[in-house]
Write a protein that binds this ligand. Structure first.
Ligand code: FAD
Length: 399
């Protein structure tokens, strides 16, 4: 098989870029390699976990989002041979390309937490980082009878860094309305060291945490779950070193460590060293691979210091489409991505802080009001506006 432009992954990044390239380069021969017949609007999973929307609202058929005139190869990439302009698929077929766009998302390393795979979905262990489990999360939150509810976040980069706290805020609100809050302790155990990376939003979140009497523990990385004893084991890092501590839970919402997909880690397009080793190497502004100039990357897979969000992809997709067109047409690269990312921090039903920021962790608000304040209209944006924007404009290459 051979195609002029091959896109690995038909998720948020792959479909947005395919739609833009098809508009920009009308005669281009574009193929998207995507194994799944379903496409997910993952930002809804936080709201699924809080019983606000049904999980089915996040799902559409892949066929319905694939741009017209683009070839869909329903297979999984096993290897990238960038020096031979070729990818190998799980079925053994090879696909040659002139230009490659790498956007397969990230890999959730469920297996890195001992006992998680067996425990997930039973006896109070849940996670919104999976389509099916997001619904189970709501069942567990709704049926919580009080006790210790622990919400975790890992030390690795994750998609939507705010989601582990958002589901905690929504769960805490449910505990209040269900009358179990007074007999509960609600804790956030994170492998990270701060509540949020951007000061103005960190201050706002701290106020929310204080108001809700939440117990924050930093540098606590979940390592194992012992479901039979309802215990969670964390490695805690302090100035004195690393120690293991065990906590009892009645509800445990887990966000596992995440990394680049294995086939990226072992390929030549990955960063070969440094703190982001294994994630895909791209120029932080042009999103072009530093060595293979016919290769671009976007989305959760790239090793750039921005928030891994769909909002980031909304800005990355036009950059990749325009710069790739420039390479094909022999023009200089002019589109620069500034690290924009956004995190709609839902703090309760009807309340949201819209965090927007760039590579330098500077706030880059879109609206002419203080976005660090909880607002009802911003909640409506997350609940109704952004999904509309996603399905009708972003995936069609229009926004
Ligand atoms: P994905 O959309 O995950 O797509 C990757 C695609 O690649 C998938 O279809 C997959 O099947 C395919 N693929 C994987 N491996 C291969 C392979 N080997 N070969 C071929 N194809 C492959 N973002 C926001 O902007 N705002 C939010 O509020 C928000 N909340 C979130 C809440 C949760 C709980 C989660 C899980 C995510 C949230 N996000 C949010 C993040 C957002 O969903 C992701 O950043 C975005 O989907 C990443 O797009 P992507 O194209 O890189 O990866």
């Amino acid at each position: 098989m051979r195609h002029q432009i091959v896109i690995i992954g038909g998720g948020s990044g792959g479909i947005s870029v395919a739609a833009r390239l098809k508009k920009q380069l009308k005669d281009a021969d574009i193929a998207v390699i995507e194994p799944s017949d379903k496409h997910y609007y993952q930002p809804y999973w936080t709201l699924v976990g809080a019983g606000i929307v049904p999980k089915e609202a996040s799902e559409r058929s892949e066929a319905s989002v694939m741009p017209k005139g683009v070839t869909w190869i329903r297979d999984r990439v096993q290897n990238i041979e960038a020096d031979r302009n070729q990818v190998t698929l799980a079925t053994g077929t090879t696909v040659d390309y002139d230009y490659l766009v790498v956007t397969p998302g990230l890999q959730i390393d469920w297996g890195k937490i001992e006992g998680l795979k067996e425990a997930l979905g039973h006896d109070g262990v849940c996670s919104i980082y999976d389509y099916q489990q997001s619904e189970r999360t709501w069942e567990m939150i709704r049926n919580f009878k009080g006790g210790h509810a622990i919400f975790t976040a890992p030390a690795t980069p994750i998609k939507c860094g705010g989601a582990p706290q958002k589901i905690m805020f929504l769960a805490e609100e449910t505990f209040v309305t269900e009358g179990v809050r007074e007999r509960s302790q609600v804790s956030f155990y994170t492998g990270g060291g701060v509540i949020f990376g951007v000061k103005v939003y960190a201050d706002a979140l701290q106020k929310v945490a204080d108001r809700k009497c939440l117990d924050y523990r930093y540098k606590h990385d979940l390592k194992a779950i012992r479901p039979e004893r309802k215990e969670a084991v964390f490695s805690r890092t302090t100035d004195a070193g690393v120690e293991e501590i065990t906590e009892s839970y009645d509800l445990l919402h887990v966000v596992p460590p995440m990394s680049a997909p294995d086939f990226i880690k072992r390929s030549a397009v990955a960063l070969q060293d440094g703190p982001l080793k294994g994630w895909m190497a791209v120029d932080h502004s042009t999103l072009q691979h530093p060595t293979f100039k016919n290769v671009f990357g976007l989305g959760d897979v790239i090793g750039t210091p921005n928030a891994k969000t769909g909002a980031a992809i909304r800005k990355q997709a036009p950059t990749v489409a325009e710069n790739l067109a420039a390479v094909i047409q022999g023009r200089p690269l002019t589109q620069m991505y500034n690290g924009y990312g956004s995190c709609p921090l839902v703090t309760g039903r009807g309340q949201l802080i819209l965090a927007e920021f760039n590579y330098k962790n500077e706030a880059t608000p879109s609206f002419p009001f203080n976005q660090a304040k909880e607002r009802y209209d911003m909640y409506l944006l997350k609940r109704h506006g952004l999904p509309f924007l996603y399905w009708n404009l972003m995936l069609k290459g229009l926004a």
